[in-house]
Design a protein around this ligand. Structure first.
Ligand SMILES: Nc1ncnc2c1ncn2[C@@H]1O[C@H](COP(=O)(O)OP(=O)(O)OP(=O)(O)O)[C@@H](O)[C@H]1O
Ligand SMILES: [Mg+2]
Length: 234
């Protein structure tokens, strides 16, 4: 099994650093081509973990490696480029820009990456088609259902063909049916080769869609069935 992301002894403290760290000496591996679920109680460090892997934030200590690149060695500019080219992000509350149409929301990361407008448009339309929301291309987020909004967010996340798709509670704000539609979509993407790291509170979603589960408690790995972690025998 190939490893896409590796964390070695990663600690994250916020603010002044007093008190318990949000992540406490976490080591784990995210396997290539799988759906890996992160579970754990509120405050256990799941979003913090995603932010470090996505290069949105940096660890206090320890090393995050993706595709053999140590993220801590990248300066701000290189880290931003890494993020734009390699990472797709999906959030619980969609985080769409309300004053842009569905299509224009999808095109944002392509524009940031400097993709020519015509090529970006082609890709945007192709994705809206693929995700079953072609009819919604020129609607604004307020005119879309929750499930449609999240599908727009999925299209936006994958418009630049990221190596890694990070999803933080992508079904958390959706009813069961819309949640299943979004998860089926993510499963389709995974079948086409997309590596996905998925935070979920829902054990049924983890069981149905994930190959492995990493459980965090109080900022530490309590359980890891993602299958790629090699525990050193002391
Ligand atoms: N920006 C921040 N500044 C200070 N503390 C933070 C910050 N973000 C998170 N924390 C703290 O770090 C810990 C882990 O937070 P995190 O958001 O990673 O948890 P989580 O597992 O994603 O929780 P939830 O399931 O509620 O989303 C919590 O104690 C939280 O209060
Ligand atoms: Mg969270």
């Amino acid at each position: 099994m190939e490893t896409l992301v590796q964390l070695s002894d990663v600690t994250k403290r916020y603010g002044s650093g007093s008190g318990e760290p949000a992540l406490n000496r976490v080591s784990l591996q995210v396997p290539t081509g799988r759906v890996t679920a992160i579970m754990g109680p509120s405050g256990s460090g799941k979003s913090t973990l995603l932010n470090l892997i996505g290069g949105l934030d940096r660890p206090t200590s320890g090393v995050v490696t993706m595709e053999d690149v140590e993220l801590s060695r990248l300066g701000e500019g290189a880290l931003a480029r890494h993020r734009r080219r390699k990472i797709g992000l999906i959030f619980q509350f969609f985080n769409l820009l309300n004053n842009l149409t569905a299509l224009d929301n999808v095109l944002i990361p392509a524009e940031l990456a400097g993709v020519p407008r015509r090529k970006a448009l082609e890709r945007g339309h192709e994705l809206l088609d693929q995700l079953g929301i072609r009819q919604q291309a020129h609607k604004y987020p307020a005119q879309l259902s929750g499930g449609e909004r999240q599908r727009v967010a999925v299209a936006r996340a994958i418009v630049n063909r990221p190596v890694l798709l990070l999803a933080d509670e992508p079904t958390g704000a959706l009813d069961t049916h819309s949640g299943e539609q979004v998860m089926d979509l993510l499963a389709d993407l995974n079948r086409a080769g997309q590596t996905i790291l998925l935070v979920t509170h829902d054990p049924r979603i983890a069981q149905q869609y994930a190959t492995g589960v990493i459980r965090l408690i109080d900022g530490q790995v309590a359980d890891d069935s993602a299958g790629a972690r090699r525990v050193a025998v002391q």
